[in-house]
Design a protein around this ligand. Structure first.
Ligand SMILES: O=C(O)CCC(=O)C(=O)O
Length: 458
């Protein structure tokens, strides 16, 4: 594939004059800037076989998990309410029967799980070598460039910034929207329970259907954080984040330490819980173009096609209330849309990103690493419940960028860029998809993948 096509005059004529040198510097590679060639055969970049199969046996899986969990201690934030799985696993065909040996079906399954676990532990990687993980690039739009988000993003795209996968955008200092997330006290946010030691196993998350109020969540998150920050007292913010990152991946990838279960109030509909951007018409930020609730209606946004119909998470933002170690697992956006994420308040969020040109490589490496899980559930990446560390990916030749997103900062994910991350403490963020002209080829590409595999495109 050629990624080196020079931008055409047409492309440049329609967009603001962004400093090309800034992008070239950010790319830090000999590559010339340019646009992706998305016309190649989809087979080249087609995802590994993701067969959506919902024929599962939840009861069986739960029983097995329960048995295994009984032998382990777990510090967690779970109440003893009935839980619902957010994703499903298909029932695996049992290839061998141990009937003759007098082993029951249940014992046979336990045995098979034990073998898998020992393989997984053997496969656990203490790779803490971040030297090959690159720093995500940051862009600082001028006041003029900041006036029109779609125009700015299109310019970045045509100048080649898509090669960076995800980028950080720091708005001009004048951009200071008030934090307006204020769901009523009796409004309960559903949360996901996430056991860190399970994240590299792709297990579906238990869902706290009863939910928790925002204020209780904040108290719980801050207490948890205070306790878990103790070992890092005296360190600077950067040093603490670095140490916590190592610790996070020891829990997640090496299955180390006491089992830790956190909660994540993710994908909260801004319609139901309210956006965290100001909505009072007297507040100038209620109509600001970078208020994510307005993005779909901007000039040149193709989501205007929805004609005012709001689809949560697509053209209507999702709000995310996180706590230390709340995680979002590897995924790229539905039909390869762009997404834009704003951190309103709280502690930072670590982001990891794979540029689109490394998508197939990422999928191959992830598939190898998670081979046992893929064998059990080829849908594992679509479930968005699997983590693989950036250090592991980078040391296996995948280009990985990382950054900590702090309050007041945007992260833009370019089409087809896998991303994942976790929160370094209590925080509130908001995100929405965006669709514009530069997405069209990606839309076709994702359609081709769908047609080829007859599967859902992530
Ligand atoms: O913050 C999160 O949990 C998800 C972020 C994300 O995937 C996005 O903004 O595209």
């Amino acid at each position: 594939m050629s990624y080196n096509k020079a931008p055409t005059g047409d492309n440049l004529a329609s967009v603001a004059p962004i400093d090309k040198a800034q992008i070239e510097k950010a790319l830090c590679v000999e590559d010339k800037i340019g646009e992706p060639n998305l016309t190649s055969s989809p087979s080249e970049a087609a995802p590994i076989s993701f067969v959506k199969d919902t024929s599962i046996n939840k009861r069986e899986k739960k029983q097995l998990e329960k048995k295994m969990e009984q032998e382990k201690t777990e510090t967690h934030t779970k109440p003893s309410t009935p839980l619902k799985k957010t994703t499903r696993r298909r029932k695996r065909k049992v290839k061998t029967s141990y009937d003759e040996l007098g082993i029951s079906y249940e014992e046979e399954k336990m045995l098979s799980l034990a073998i898998k676990n020992s393989l997984r532990e053997k496969n656990a990687c203490s790779n803490q070598d971040y030297s090959k993980v690159k720093e995500m690039k940051t862009f600082y739009p001028s006041e003029e460039e900041f006036k029109d988000p779609i125009k700015y993003i299109e310019t970045l795209f045509h100048e080649g910034a898509w090669k960076l996968g995800c980028i950080k955008i720091i708005p001009p200092a004048s951009f200071k929207p008030g934090f307006s997330f204020n769901p009523p006290q009796d409004k309960r946010m559903p949360t996901r329970f996430q056991t860190l030691q399970d994240l590299s196993q792709g297990r579906s998350f238990d869902q706290n259907e009863d939910g928790i109020s925002y204020s209780d969540f904040k108290v719980m998150a801050e207490e948890f954080q205070t306790k878990h920050y103790e070992p890092y007292q005296g360190l600077s913010h950067e040093e603490r984040t670095k140490e916590m990152e190592k610790q996070y991946w020891k829990y997640v990838e090496d299955n180390q330490g006491e089992r830790i279960c956190v909660q994540y109030a993710a994908d909260l509909s801004a319609k139901e819980f309210g956006s965290a951007f100001p909505s009072d018409p007297s507040d100038p930020y209620s109509s600001h173009p970078w208020n994510l609730t307005n993005m779909d209606r901007l000039k040149n946004s193709m989501l205007q096609i929805c004609g005012g119909e709001k689809i949560s998470g697509i053209n209507l933002p999702w709000v995310y209330a996180g706590m230390l170690y709340s995680s979002f697992c590897w995924h790229y956006e539905d039909v390869m849309m762009y997404s834009i994420n704003y951190m309103h308040t709280g502690e930072g969020k670590m982001w990891y990103a794979i540029p689109s040109q490394d998508r197939a490589k990422f999928e191959r490496i992830a598939k190898e690493k998670l081979a046992i899980l893929f064998d059990e559930d080829p849908n594992i990446l679509l479930n968005i419940t699997a983590m693989v560390s950036p250090a592991y990916l980078a040391s296996n030749g995948v280009t990985v960028y990382k950054t900590e997103q702090r309050p007041g900062q945007f992260i833009l994910t370019f089409p087809e860029s896998y991303h994942a991350g976790w929160s370094t403490g209590f925080n509130v963020a908001e995100a929405v998809n965006i669709v514009m002209k530069s997405w069209l080829d990606y839309g076709l590409k994702s359609l081709n993948i769908y047609l080829k595999t007859r599967e859902k495109v992530p």
